[in-house]
Design a protein around this ligand. Structure first.
Ligand code: SF4
Length: 351
């Protein structure tokens, strides 16, 4: 941590060169520039996990993202590979909002109230234990790019879904499918029966776990209106983890992959206000200087835990691999991995 940025950068480049194909470095779109410059691949969480699988020649997968992403890579990796997270405190607060004891209690309460059948769906931004819970109960994983296809699949199996842990992605997807607000309820895991009567639960088609991403909650409808009122106006592009009023007022909404691709295909001279994590927006602005690209708000849309992956931590884990004693290896217990893979595989089969 005492090294200058220049020293860390030089040492990372040197050890990276020495390790050659033994290591693949993955960088999430929200990662800071001083780290992502060393990534062999950039992408969203699912794309990165799939890329890791495709690089089975690499004995070590260094995942510059957050904990649940490294867990997904660990569940999909080849047996001889190890997944490494440079800082173990790089978690996802939204994923942490859904824990196994409260999810099991929710399931038991729905069962007791005969609110049945229900298909659980978990956003990929969740712990391996929640993915395992979902797999055990006939459910499925989704991402922000395939959420609609996954909900459609679930409604072919049952009249009702339980969506964890992000209420906003669940609500935005359900609303886009034409499900009216009165058939969508938020399940508060700290209230008996999620805070609802049995009759209300039986009328609902979508039960949303009360979780959210604090980064995407920073974008407000007033920010959308501000950029729409400019002359000429900006096109507003947001992530579906934003609140429903922001998503509905925006011109476009989609996953980080969709945002990157939309900007790549946009015309020179076009103007964009983007509602997602600031590192991605600033990178797009740098990569496309012939377009005007600004964050939907300048204040605070930083994923603080993702930012814990910094050059000193990346250097530390790479040098530990080179020294033959890898640190921060992520290992999902096999009993969780087995059930979680069921839910992941259903997603791969149905999207
Ligand atoms: S941006 Fe939000 S959902 Fe993504 S890792 Fe950070 S807290 Fe989690």
């Amino acid at each position: 941590m005492r090294l200058s940025e220049e020293e860390s950068t030089d040492r990372i480049a040197r050890v990276r060169r020495d390790l050659r194909d033994r290591v693949v470095i993955l960088g999430h779109h929200y990662q800071r520039e001083s780290v992502i410059r060393f990534a062999d691949f950039r992408g969203d969480s699912l794309k990165l996990a799939q890329l890791a699988v495709s690089r089975s020649d690499a004995a070590f997968i260094v995942f510059c993202g957050v904990h649940f992403m490294a867990e997904s890579a660990d569940m999909l990796r080849a047996p001889h590979q190890k997944v490494i997270l440079p800082d173990l405190t790089a978690g996802c607060p939204m994923a942490d909002m859904a824990d196994l004891p409260r999810a099991e209690r929710c399931w038991a309460e729905l069962n007791r109230a005969a609110v049945w059948p229900v298909i659980p769906i978990t956003y990929i931004n969740s712990s391996a234990r929640i993915k395992a819970f979902t797999g055990r109960h006939g459910g499925i994983v989704c991402t922000s790019s395939n959420a609609r296809a996954i909900l459609e699949w679930a409604f072919r199996q049952a009249p009702r879904i339980l969506f964890l842990p992000d209420q906003h992605l669940g609500r935005n997807t359900a609303r886009a499918m034409g499900i009216p607000p009165e058939e969508i309820l938020v399940w508060d895991p700290d209230q008996p029966q999620g805070g609802h009567s049995t009759e209300a639960l039986r009328r609902a088609r979508v039960l949303l776990w009360k979780g959210h991403c604090y980064v995407h909650q920073m974008f407000k409808i007033s920010h959308v209106r501000h950029f729409q009122n400019q002359d000429p106006p900006y096109t507003i592009l947001v992530h579906p983890e934003c609140a429903a009023d922001v998503v509905q007022a925006a011109d476009m909404a989609g996953s980080t992959g969709f945002i990157v691709e939309t900007i790549r295909q946009s015309a020179p001279g076009s103007r964009w206000a983007i509602g997602t994590e600031i590192h991605l927006v600033e990178r797009l602005a740098r990569e496309y200087p012939d377009r005007t690209i600004v964050p939907l708000t300048r204040f605070g849309a930083v994923c603080a835990t993702m930012s814990r992956i910094d050059p000193p931590h990346l250097l530390w884990v790479l040098e530990a691999i080179a020294a033959g004693s890898p640190v921060n290896v992520i290992r999902v217990p096999e009993e969780d991995a087995r059930d979680a893979r069921l839910a992941l595989q259903r997603m791969l089969d149905h999207s």
